[in-house]
Design a protein around this ligand. Structure first.
Ligand SMILES: Cc1ncc(COP(=O)(O)O)c(C=O)c1O
Length: 446
């Protein structure tokens, strides 16, 4: 695909855009601009192709430029551009939610639509608090997250989030949730292929949190089954089940944040299936539309929905005072339905599972290269820890990110961790190319 022939952006032309989670000054001194995308590749504004090693931001699971998705969005824009989200419905919202309810296991059967992962998390936390109220347990107000957990950028999400830099600017208005310890301990589980054997006991800290607060106070625990943003932290064997058991003992809701793990990243549709652990709620976004339109979802088990609906209040009462203007936006629904068709027709989740062993060997081939202190993987995701440059945290990994982009590869870094999560359509030769380039860059890195 030929990139648009617009002249490059001038420095002045960059100023108005306050870019999210970006070092604006550094970026604007040396901007990186993408102008097109197709399949496994982005196109830069200078016409060079960039191999997408991160599915955009963990979302373009079926690869870029899917015509069926573009056509579905265009057709829907002509047919019904917008329909009020409150007290009104349109066919695609019902169709999509029924389809998601079918895809999710067990009685994860009711779907609340949002516009992002952050909104999905806010929604799930609010559902948890309101659910316990419906059961007459108003005392359950404690929300528990996990160190190194990322649950989006909104207030609820950062209150249970475990990335300090995302909270420290926002002062005490925020009610801090309790945090479970993270599970990444290279002294015990460095260079694990798949789930590490050590660490399931870390779930037991939940018992201590329950004890600390006492009685019926803990409402919900939210975890990413595999933590993504903090660098692909794979849960120890048995850890998630142990969390489930403790939640059951204390009637605490277990929320799996599957914004990254949903839609095939781990080689199955959802992580709850992969680990065979049933959460009470699942938050989704990203791959839901293949990244082609903003959309998120919260899928809840039947008894949660029933607790809201089976009430003795009059039928005219709004059961859950929550929602967004763009919940179930027709264009996003059209994109999501088309994306789900592609996943199904091309069996992409199974494809991810088939190629995962090759991926595992490839990423672990970087072991022994300069600066590499740990590598871990699951499905089509991997995290690579680098030794930081003394007194310059994150500098080494970011330099590799910049060099990779120059050389035609998009990776992602968090601190001194490189995260990789390519589209599920990646071919072996593209995996080889990623690893060859990373090998060169790691050898060259300061
Ligand atoms: C696990 C998880 N939850 C929530 C979010 C927030 O999603 P969004 O950026 O769509 O708000 C992210 C984003 O990376 C995520 O990884």
């Amino acid at each position: 695909m030929t990139p648009p022939s617009d002249p490059p952006l001038s420095k002045d032309g960059l100023e108005a855009y306050w870019m999210p989670f970006t070092a604006n000054r550094q970026y604007k001194d040396n901007p990186r601009v993408l102008v097109a995308a197709e399949g496994m590749y982005y196109t830069r504004d200078d016409g060079e192709r960039i191999l997408d090693g991160t599915s955009g931001l963990w979302c373009v699971n079926a690869g870029h430029g899917r015509t069926a998705i573009a056509e579905a969005i265009a057709a829907q824009a002509k047919q019904l551009d917008y329909s009020p989200a409150f007290q009104m419905g349109h066919p695609l919202a019902f169709k999509l939610t029924a389809q998601l309810a079918d895809m999710l296991p067990g009685d994860l059967d009711h779907v609340f639509l949002t516009n992002s992962g952050s909104e999905s998390v806010e929604t799930a936390l609010k559902i948890a608090l309101a659910f316990h109220r419906r059961r007459g347990e108003e005392s359950r107000l404690v929300l528990v997250g996990r160190e190194r957990g990322y649950y989006g950028a909104n207030f609820g999400g950062i209150s249970v989030g475990g990335i300090a830099a995302n909270k420290e600017d926002f002062g005490p208005s925020l009610k801090e949730g309790d945090l479970l310890p993270h599970t990444h301990h290279p002294d015990h589980n460095a260079f694990s292929k798949g789930a590490p054997g050590w660490g399931s006991h870390l779930a037991d800290v939940l018992e201590k949190i329950v004890e600390k607060h006492g009685g019926k106070t803990v409402a919900a625990v939210i975890v990413e089954p595999v933590a993504g943003s903090a660098g692909v932290l794979v849960p120890p064997k048995g850890y998630l089940q142990r969390l489930r058991d403790i939640c059951d003992r204390h009637e605490i809701l277990l929320i799996f944040d599957e914004v990254i793990t949903g839609f095939g990243r781990l080689g199955s549709a959802f992580a709850c299936e992969k680990f065979d652990v049933m959460p009470d709620m699942v938050t989704l976004a990203k791959g839901l539309t293949n990244g082609a339109a903003p959309m998120g979802a919260v899928v809840v088990r039947s008894y949660i929905y029933d607790a809201f609906l089976r009430t003795d209040t009059p039928g005219t009462t709004i059961e859950f005072a929550h929602g967004y203007t763009y919940s179930g936006h027709p264009l996003a629904c059209a994109a999501a339905l088309a994306a789900q068709d592609i996943y199904r027709d091309e069996d992409l989740f199974a494809r991810a599972s088939e190629i995962a062993p090759y991926w595992e060997e490839a990423v672990h081939s970087l072991k022994g290269l300069p600066h590499v202190t740990d590598i871990r993987n699951m499905g089509l995701a991997a995290g690579i820890d680098l030794e930081p440059i003394p007194d310059k945290p994150a500098a080494r990994a970011f330099e590799i990110y910049l060099r990779a982009f120059e050389e035609g590869l998009l990776i992602r870094t968090t601190g001194d961790i490189i995260s990789l999560s390519p589209p599920l359509i990646i071919e072996r030769h593209e995996i080889d190319r990623m690893m060859e380039l990373l090998t060169t860059l790691l050898k060259q890195a300061a």
